[in-house]
Design a protein around this ligand. Structure first.
Ligand code: ADP
Ligand code: MG
Length: 263
């Protein structure tokens, strides 16, 4: 059965995109069939996957230079062609990429858009895992992802707003669970960009998270390194960029933890 994971946090810059692309690639490398859906009009995970050479299936330039969407654009999962198909990045990994056009969905009726998205994503049942990289705000796009997801994966940084932000996020998600998607649950919360030098302060915020969210907190933490940023800029996973780095190991451990938790 396909397991659908929404990578969510309404806060920007916490590592949703970096985690989505690294997890998708590492799960695929382990032989799983994975679909990555870029559900953010900024198209960051699309760019991390493809660089400047975005396939025409996702976005094409018309004769006069105007950009238009192809059949592998995420917008097709909301209001699009019946024959929408993800772009096959490799044998194991397919992608629905996004572009600025996706922002239009924010003006659509939330329930209508959400049910379209849910129905179409549920038809993509040939994948083992679907990973949805969400935008950093509440609204139609994030709600739609939570309407179809079985699991929420929440990356967070360790700072004074983390706990409150995650509380708000889980409240919103439980509302969606009650009314629109009874399958939704929290898969886990993990700390990203952990500095490791400011031990006392980080321990304090980590303890706050543990006190509040207990078993939801995953063991894996991703430490901060410029290498992560460099790998993203080169369209590589941490494992491709530097397989011996601490972060490559940590992402590998995160995959293991997530596979264990999702059975
Ligand atoms: N562990 C890390 N160490 C250093 N930089 C990171 C790390 N994780 C993410 N980044 C960088 O932080 C920025 C925001 O990450 P991103 O994954 O785009 O966050 P989000 O999708 O939540 O907005 C990016 O420039 C990314 O390269
Ligand atoms: Mg992002």
């Amino acid at each position: 059965m396909t397991k659908t994971i929404a990578v969510v946090n309404q806060k920007g810059g916490v590592g949703k995109t970096t985690s989505s692309t690294n997890l998708a690639k590492r799960m695929a490398a382990r032989g799983l069939r994975v679909l990555l859906i870029d559900n953010d009009a900024q198209g960051n995970s699309t760019r991390t996957m493809f660089g400047d050479e975005i396939p025409e299936a996702i976005i094409k330039a018309k004769d006069n230079g105007r950009l238009t969407v192809g059949l592998s654009n995420t917008i097709q999962l909301y209001y699009g062609e019946e024959n929408a198909e993800p772009f096959a990045f490799s044998e194991q990994l397919s992608v629905f990429g996004s572009s600025k056009h996706l922002a239009e969905i924010s003006n659509k009726d939330i329930i209508d858009a959400g049910f379209n998205f849910k129905n179409r994503v549920q038809q993509l049942d040939r994948f083992d895992y679907i990973i949805i990289d969400c935008l950093p705000s509440f609204g139609t796009l994030m709600t739609s992802a939570l309407m179809v997801a079985d699991h929420m994966l929440i990356p967070t940084t360790l700072d004074d707003y983390s706990v409150k932000g995650i509380e708000d996020l889980i409240d919103a998600a439980m509302n969606i669970k009650k009314n629109l998607n009874q399958n939704l649950g929290v898969l886990g919360i993990f700390c990203n960009s952990v500095d490791g030098r400011d031990v006392l302060v980080e321990r304090h915020f980590h303890q706050q998270l543990l006190d509040k969210f207990g078993d939801f907190i995953l063991n894996t933490r991703i430490t901060q390194s410029k290498k992560v940023w460099e790998a993203n800029a080169l369209q590589q996973s941490m494992f491709e960029y530097n397989p011996r780095s601490a972060q490559a190991r940590q992402y590998e451990q995160l995959v293991t933890e997530l596979l264990e938790r999702t059975g």
